[in-house]
Structure formats: C-alpha cells, structure tokens
Design a protein around this ligand. Structure first.
Ligand SMILES: N[C@@H](CCC(=O)N[C@@H](CS)C(=O)NCC(=O)O)C(=O)O
Length: 340
C-alpha cells in the first residue's frame, strides 16, 4: 500500500515542527540544459519559498523563458473521489471557476489571480509529484517542471533561486542582475544560515508548534534574530553590505507576511515589523523594486494561511488588517547614500 500522503501539519516531533528536506534536486546548467520554453514554475503567491523563486525570475526578466502557474490559495481535498485519502493540498483554478470553500466547508474564496496548469492540465500539485513517481509527499510548492522529461526537476526553492540567477542568462532580459555574486557568497551563505532556521522557518516553528516549550523556544530565537537584523540594517543598507542579494530576497518574503499573518496567526506577537524602524524602511525599499513588488499578492497571502488549516482557524475567517504600510516611501537612500 502507498504511504499516507503528508502535509506540513504532519511534520511534528514532540510538539516541534520539523520541515522535511526537498526530494527533487536536479540542477539546470549541470544535469539539464538551460533551454528557453522547456521549464515551468508552479507557485503559490501565499508561499514564501515559492515567492522567492518568482521574485528572482521577475528580477532577472525570465518571464518569456520560464512559464508560471499559480495555484488557488485555499487547500482542497486532493483525491476528491477517495473517501479514505485525507490529504488536502494545492489546487489549480481558473479565474472563472466558482469560489472555493475551506477544507471543512467554511467561507467562500474566489480564484482571483490564479493561473491554471496549461502544461499538464493537472488539477492538483499532488498530480505533478505522482507523475514524477512520488506518491507520499509532501506535495509542496515551488515545483520546477521539465516539459521534455515530464517530471519534476527541483522542488527546493533555495536551488531554484540560484538556478534562475545563474543558468538562464542567455534568455534573461536583465542578465546583469546577480543576487548571488561571487565575492559575497560566503557572507550570503553565513546570513542564510541563521535567518533560515530562526526567521524564515522560525515563524512556522512558532505557528505549527503543538506544545508550549518548542513554541517559546522558537519565539525567542525568532525575535532575537529579528533584533539582529534590525541592528545590522541600522548600520548598512542590505544584509551583506551595500548590495542587494539573495539573502535580502529571502528575508523579505517573511517580513512582508509578518504583520499580515504571522503576528496573530502564528503567535509571533512580541511586536509588528512596522514597529522596527530599520526593518520597516528596508521592507518599503524592497517593495519599491518592481520585480519584487509584482510577486506580493496580499489576497493570496492572507487567504492561504487563514483558510487552509482548519485545525488552526476552524471558521476560516480572514483578518481585515493591517493598513498597507509597506507601500509608503522609505528612507534608505538618505540613510545610505553611497549604497545602490
Ligand atoms: N523546502 C521547500 C519548502 C516548501 C514548502 O514547505 N512549501 C509549502 C508552502 S509554504 C507547501 O507547499 N506545503 C504543502 C504542504 O504542507 O502540504 C522549499 O523551500 O522549496
């Protein structure tokens, strides 16, 4: 019998959330050629991991080389005809489809800005994993798909960001953009090393904890790391100095979701990001970059988290606030006039 299909809410170890390693790790530029039109990226605008890939794609100007599909923000039953299969996950929709309900039947969430799978005609992200011989999951986004071999190339956002940054320059509108430059690689890797567990994944460790102690530990580590970012960004424009890099693109995805979702939904409530002046202005600056702003969809962000996990939000009520402070002007040019 096939193993039970998993999702993030099953990845618990004594009350602590432990994220599973990604399973598909082929590399375009090494294992496969970087051909235009051959690969397709499947994302959710709700997902911070998927959005760092989309932001890199947009910043490099790869829209004509790599196609993109966008799932509905609300998880649905992925084997609707199989009573015994209890998996809920990412589902495709066309903008003219009727609204979805939450997994336990609450609310009404229209498929605004969804882009169906015009490559495989799949109904669920799970279908793509099963076509690639993974039947037990988890069935995560992002997924980078190879149309030629009809299988998943890679489902690890950290890899996909780097492939988009370096492998497709010949097809990129902005090949000069380099968010992982050779001379900063060591520094970027060092920053990612503490930001990933404590902040990017740290908010999930708070939100998905099922016991008090692991939640408190994650909470403490999260805000200690945010304080460290606040201090660093008071002294320099970006995380590794004067140049915007992958480390910033990765941190931004968590910061833009923080006041909207994580403060309340994941119980990350020591303070809002907009109460930390350097982080507030840093988010505003990154949001003013068109390739980054284009990947921020607040409807999908709010709707995904609040409507997909009935255990955490039974009635799928989506909070109204906060006001969109990140669209306001920033002070980073005046504060760091020599950085670009
Ligand atoms: N290691 C993956 C993690 C991706 C991930 O966890 N994605 C979440 C959405 S934010 C997902 O698709 N979860 C599906 C599930 O839990 O069933 C990456 O960074 O690419």
């Amino acid at each position: 019998m096939a193993a039970k299909a998993r999702s993030a809410l099953d990845e618990m170890n004594e009350g602590e959330f432990k994220r599973k390693e990604s399973t598909f790790r082929k590399w375009i530029g090494k294992d496969l050629p970087a051909e235009a039109g051959r690969y397709h990226l499947y994302i959710s605008y709700g997902c911070p991991w998927a959005c760092r890939c989309l932001a890199t794609l947009a910043m490099k100007g790869l829209e004509d080389a790599v196609g993109v599909s966008v799932v509905h923000p609300t998880w649905q039953k992925t084997k609707p005809d199989d009573y015994n299969d209890e998996h809920y996950g990412w589902t495709f929709a066309s903008p003219d489809d009727p609204p979805f309900k939450s997994p336990n039947g609450h609310g009404s969430f229209p498929p605004i800005d969804c882009v169906p799978d015009n490559v495989n005609g799949a109904r669920f992200i799970r279908d793509l994993y099963e076509m690639s011989n993974d039947t037990s999951g988890k069935f995560t986004v992002p997924v980078l798909w190879d149309k030629q071999t009809k299988s998943i190339v890679n489902n690890e956002s950290a890899d996909i960001v780097r492939m988009f940054n370096e492998a497709f320059n010949e097809h990129a509108k902005n090949p000069e953009v380099d968010i992982y430059p050779e001379h900063l690689r060591k520094d970027i890797d060092a920053v990612n090393e503490w930001i990933y567990p404590n902040i990017n994944n740290g908010v999930y460790r708070c939100g998905f904890a099922t016991q008090q102690k692991p939640y408190e530990e994650a909470f403490e580590q999260l805000f200690a790391a945010l304080d460290r970012c606040e201090e660093t960004l008071g002294k320099q424009r970006y995380l590794t100095g004067n140049t915007l890099t992958e480390a910033d693109v990765r941190l931004f995805q968590t910061l833009i979701r923080f006041d909207v979702v994580y403060v309340a939904y994941f119980k990350c409530n020591r303070n809002f990001i907009h109460e930390m002046p350097n982080l507030r202005n840093y988010v505003r600056e990154l949001y003013s970059i068109p390739g980054i702003a284009r990947c921020v969809n607040i409807y999908h962000i709010k709707t995904h988290y609040h409507t997909s996990h009935p255990k955490l939000n039974y009635y799928a009520i989506v909070p109204e606030g906060p006001a969109e402070w990140w669209t306001e002007p920033h002070d980073r040019d005046q504060k760091f006039p020599s950085a670009k």
